[in-house]
Design a protein around this ligand. Sequence first.
Ligand code: FES
Length: 87
Amino acid sequence: AFKIQLNSTGDVLDVPADKSIVEVLAEVGIEIPVSCEQGICGTCLTPVLQGTPDHKDLVLTEEEHEDNDQMTLCCSRALTDLLVLDL
Ligand code: FES
């Protein structure tokens, strides 16, 4: 499990092992546009301001993964305890 923080409000949300970031956000009324939900299409790409994503997508290049400044919220997770998202 890890936490995400919304940059706009400062709200911190828990992401349990059995839920995606998209699912956790939906529970608080934030609808992230998704299509494939498998890391293939890139619809759910979101800027990351702090923390290191655990990239599970096939959309971004290896270089883009290493930049750690965006992630797919449908399937990627976190290597750090907290991710600050530009939401
Ligand atoms: Fe397709 Fe996330 S919805 S990559």
